[in-house]
Structure formats: C-alpha cells, structure tokens
Design a protein around this ligand. Structure first.
Ligand SMILES: Nc1nc2c(ncn2[C@@H]2O[C@H](COP(=O)(O)OP(=O)(O)O)[C@@H](O)[C@H]2O)c(=O)[nH]1
Ligand SMILES: [Mg+2]
Length: 587
C-alpha cells in the first residue's frame, strides 16, 4: 500500500477528486457534508491500474485548519497538489506547498482540477513554476475534472508512476506511529489511526505511549477497513489498544516500539532557506501528527535551539516545520541536528555550540557523535537515530578513539598518583579511578587497563618490573622465583638485606604494585591477599589465628599483620572472641 496526501486551497476540488478516484467519501463528518467543506482529515483508498493499493489522506484547505492539514501530511512522504483551473494559485496553495517544502516532501503530482470550468493551462503553468522551486521539484501534471471524470484515467496512470518511484519502507525499523485520530468503539475500547511509515505491527504487540511511557497492547488491527493479524509499512492502520483510554491518546501522540526512541523536549535544529532574522520567541513545531509550542533560542545564522512544551520522540535527521499560528505562515522547515544537546550554561557556550552545529547536516554520523560526546551508550545513540556500527569498549559503551587513548594515559597517571599518595595500599581502587577520571561506569576503568596496568581484587596496580629501577626489579624477580610457590612465606629481614631490598627499595616496589607490604620488613608477593581469602574461606567459619596460620602454612610474623590487613580491606571480620570469618573478596 502507498499513502499520498492531498494539498491545496479550499474548494479547489481535493475531496471531489478523492471521491472520484476511490468511490469513498473522505468528508466523514455531518458538519463537513453540510458545509461542503473539509475540516478534518479524510481517508479513502482504491486500487490502481497496476493492482497496487493507494490510500489518500485528504486534508482541509481552509486557512483555519492548517494544523489539521499538517497532522495529515506530516507522516506522509508523497503529495497530490490540487489547483483549481478556474481560480489558479491561491494563498493556501502557497501555504500548503511551503509546508510540503519545509517537510522535505520530494514525491508528488500536480493536479489541475475543475478543468471543465476553465482552461487548465494558466493554472498549470503557474503551479508548475511554484512547485519547481521546492523540494517537490518538477513533477508530473495532469488536468482533470472531478465533475465529468475527464482526465481521471490519466491521473490514475500518473499515480501508478508516482508510487512506483516511492522508496521502500524500512520494515525492520522500530515503529513510530503518529496518531492522527482516536475514537472509542463500543465493546472494543480505544482505537487510534495513523500512517505507518516504517516497521510493522501485529496483534499482541506491545507498544509504548510516547507521552506517558506506559505500555499499551495491540488488541486488534485494521487496515483498509478489514481486520488484520499483521500490517507492514507503508499502511494506513487503525489500532485497537488495550490499556489506554481514549482521552489520554489523541492526535499528536505517538505509539512507539518500546525502548527504541528517546523523548526530548530540547533539540537543536537547522532552519531551511534564509531564515528571518527576527523569528518570534515562540512558534509551533509540527512534526509527524504533532503540533507543539516551542521556545526558540537562536544559536547560529541558521541554527536554533527549541524548548518544546512537551517532549516528542524525535530522531536526528527528522524534518519538521515551524509555524506562527497567529500569522498564518510557515516560518520555515527544520532539520533536527541533535536531540540530546548539551546545556548552554557558561558564557560563550551558545556561540561555541553554533560552531559545532554549523558542521552538522542531520545525517546520523556515529564518528562525529562520539567525538562530541566522548563516551556514549550504544542504545542511547540508536534511540537518537544514529546506527551503531562499531564495537563497544565495555558493556554497551562506545568511545571516541582519541578520547579513549587519552583516558588510557590519564589512567596510568592516576594509578601512579594514587600509589604515591597511598604507598601502603596494593593499588588504586577501581571506584576511586572511576571518579578521578569522571567515568560513568566502573566497567570502563577495567576496559582501559593495558599492561603494565592490571586489576587485582578491585584495585589497579602498575605491574612492577618495567616501572622499577633495574636492581629493584631484579630483586623482586628473585623474591618471585624463591617464594612464588609459597605465597605466605615472607623473606626474612636478612634475606631482604642480602637481596638489596632496604626500606626505600621496598617502598618503590610496593608503589609499583610488585610487592605487598604487611609491616616493616614483612612483604609478600601481590596477589597474596586474594589467595589468602581463598584459603581461609575453605576453613570452618569462624576460624582462629592459629587455624589460619596453619592453613596458610606461615608464621605469626606474617599471619597477624595479614589478617589485620584483610580486616581493614573488609575481606575478613574479627569477632569479639578474636576468631574471624571471611566476608568477601578484599576491597
Ligand atoms: N465543475 C466542477 N466542480 C468541481 C470540480 N471539483 C470540485 N468541484 C466542486 O467544487 C466545490 C469544492 O470541491 P471540494 O472537493 O469540496 O474542494 P476541496 O475544498 O478542495 O476539498 C464543490 O462544490 C465541488 O462540487 C470539478 O472538477 N468541476
Ligand atoms: Mg476537501
């Protein structure tokens, strides 16, 4: 199915044309029929000569109902611009065309109707020139009469050629269904309708109500007047919803694939064309079927920040339009550049932001987003409309490569600094490093570790040997060779002296994480704490000092300070009777 919206001045024959093409009545309301005027959106469909189905969203042409018109064309990427032969180009011909242009609609047809009343030539020539200057460009044009039926076969053939050119929808894309109508059906409850531009819907699907985030269940689906189990884009759909009452979901609301969109009330956009220097401070932003008041803050020559009266599920690259409802004119089309822009607090921040925005064009740019954000979650970027094509550095975190490299350098510095500040500790706790580097997740600290940095029991140490003066490194190597298989035997003081490990050397080795100091002249190899906890955990709990000493196969000289250190690290707990129990790994 293809969906095409009408556009054009009031009384130019749009609804008559839709009626003639489809045999259906697009003006649904009694009031519309009584007044002979479209007020709200109308929907009708027919089969084209090719066999394909085309659905029309028929819009009102009267200037009072432009916001209804925008709700209809917002989600529809193709338009049939209708101009009456006997009246020619009129104000809402221009306003509707400006709206299509602002939204970037590039597929369309020009239909000059009421051709039985006047020579269609002049209207056609003028309309064609007007369209040529917009996103529609040069389009096929057909002269018809809704009254006599002349030209309708040619129009049907032209519509076939138009829909054949329309891009295929992304059927695997998440659903963002902008609601254009909602009503209640006795016995079924709330029904909403909309144009499904991408994705697919099935009975039983769970969706999210964009305004409230609440889950809603698809209870039934209709398309083209018939019940369906499943509807693929592009389609007009009526969705019967479970879990939401009609008064809480009206035009301008959206139904979303859960978790796939980001609601935002703050966005940076580029204005199309030559924006007026004196934009009003408040305009209405029309996107999808929504029209939301927006505070406008100019940033660059053609970029502004919008603060919306209510958040919308927007993506980078979305097209929208700003309109001054009081003055009946389209202030301009906008392209969404950023849906999660940084706050502008410091002096000069707005100017700096304008410089950044000058480089953006609304095409999702993963490398650029990472450069600007340094770190971002993959899910967060996809929700902004940026496809993620690089591997995360940790969890679902993505990093700008240069930023990541610098973080690695800073991590090494912070580990060294911590070691200087806390010479008795076996490395810097991961949580401390996370805070010092202002990282949002400990997993990032761990992912940054490169030799000689390494993680032991929640602490980061710089692996010894490289960082140490050669004689000290050699001495540590000897200790490792001699005591590596006896992790709880500490070299005797005279042995340390023989190896050249005096207090200064031991301090350096401890700072480098090559030795673990329990007390003056009592050192073990790093890792002894973890190993000790593993051994002690196998003892019947609680255990005595002597049981620990035996299990660790060591002396009181080592066991006493070792257990005290484990107590301080929260790995063991000393009970009132001096027995201990293992609580967890050392911090
Ligand atoms: N003679 C003639 N009248 C038409 C034609 N198309 C529409 N009309 C009449 O023009 C008036 C407005 O038509 P309508 O379809 O409601 O215009 P819309 O406001 O653009 O939807 C109605 O009275 C129609 O009967 C046409 O091709 N020929
Ligand atoms: Mg009408």
């Amino acid at each position: 199915m293809w969906v095409v919206a009408t556009a054009g001045h009031v009384d130019h024959g749009k609804s008559t044309l839709v009626r003639a093409l489809t045999g259906m009545e697009p003006d649904r309301w009694a009031e519309e029929r009584r007044r002979g005027m479209t007020i709200d959106l109308g929907f009708a469909w027919t089969t084209l000569p090719s066999g394909g189905t085309i659905a029309f969203v028929d819009v009102p042409g009267h200037e009072r109902f432009v916001s209804n018109m925008l709700a209809g064309v917002g989600p529809v990427p193709a338009a049939m611009v209708v101009v009456a032969a006997d009246e020619g180009w009129m104000p809402q011909s221009a306003e509707h065309l400006a709206a299509l242009d602002a939204l970037g609609v590039s597929y369309g047809l020009l239909v000059v109707t009421r051709a039985d009343l006047a020579d269609p030539g002049p209207a056609l020539a003028q309309a064609r020139a007007e369209l040529a200057a917009t996103s529609l460009g040069s389009v096929e044009a057909v002269a018809v009469s809704g009254a006599t039926g002349a030209g309708l076969p040619e129009l049907r053939a032209a519509l076939d050629r138009l829909v054949a050119r329309l891009p295929d929808p992304a059927r695997d894309a998440p659903v963002r269904l902008w609601v254009d109508r909602s009503f209640t059906i006795r016995g079924s409850g709330t029904v909403v309708t909309g144009t499904l531009g991408d994705g697919r819907l099935a009975v039983g699907d769970q969706l999210e109500h964009a305004d409230t985030g609440e889950p809603v269940r698809v209870r039934g689906l209709h398309s083209l007047g018939a019940a369906r189990e499943r509807v693929d884009a592009v389609a007009r759909v009526a969705v019967n919803l479970r879990g939401v009452s009609r008064d809480r979901i009206g035009r301008g609301a959206a139904l979303l694939s859960p978790g796939r969109f980001r609601l935002t009330d703050l966005l940076d956009v580029r204005l199309a064309g030559d924006p007026a220097a004196d934009l009003p401070a408040t305009l209405t932003l029309h996107v999808g079927s929504a029209g939301v008041p927006a505070r406008v803050r100019p940033l660059g020559p053609d970029t502004v920040r919008l603060r919306l009266a209510r958040p919308l599920p927007l993506l980078i690259g979305d097209r929208a339009l700003l309109r001054d409802p009081g003055r009946h004119h389209v202030a301009g089309g906008v392209t969404v550049l950023d849906v999660a822009p940084p706050p502008l607090r410091r002096r000069g921040a707005a100017a700096a932001r304008a410089t950044v925005l000058a480089e953006l064009d609304g095409r999702p740019d993963l490398a650029g987003e990472l450069r600007r954000r340094s770190l971002a979650r993959a899910g967060e970027l996809t929700r902004m409309g940026v496809p993620v094509t690089v591997a995360p550095v940790a969890g679902d975190w993505l990093a700008d490569p240069e930023h990541w490299r610098l973080l690695g350098v800073r991590l090494t510095e912070e580990v060294a600094r911590y070691a200087r500040e806390h010479p008795l500790e076996a490395g810097a706790p991961v949580e401390v490093l996370r805070r010092r580097l202002a990282l949002p997740d400990r997993a990032l600290v761990e992912a940054l570790l490169r030799p000689p940095l390494r993680l032991r029991a929640g602490r980061v140490t710089a692996a010894a040997v490289d960082a140490l003066p050669a004689p000290v490194a050699r001495a540590v190597d000897r200790v490792r060779a001699e005591y590596g298989d006896r992790p709880f035997q500490a070299p005797e003081t005279h042995r340390l002296a023989d190896l050249g490990l005096g207090p200064r050397e031991i301090g350096a080795a401890v700072r480098a994480g090559a030795l673990l100091k329990l007390a003056d002249n009592v050192v073990l190899l790093p890792g002894a704490l973890d190993d000790a906890v593993r051994v002690l955990a196998r003892l019947p709990q609680p255990f005595t000092l002597s049981a620990a000493r035996q299990a660790l196969d060591t002396t009181r000289r080592v066991a006493v300070p070792l257990l005290e250190l484990l107590d301080r690290r929260g790995a063991t707990r000393r009970l009132p009777d001096d027995a201990r129990e293992v609580v967890g790994p050392p911090a």
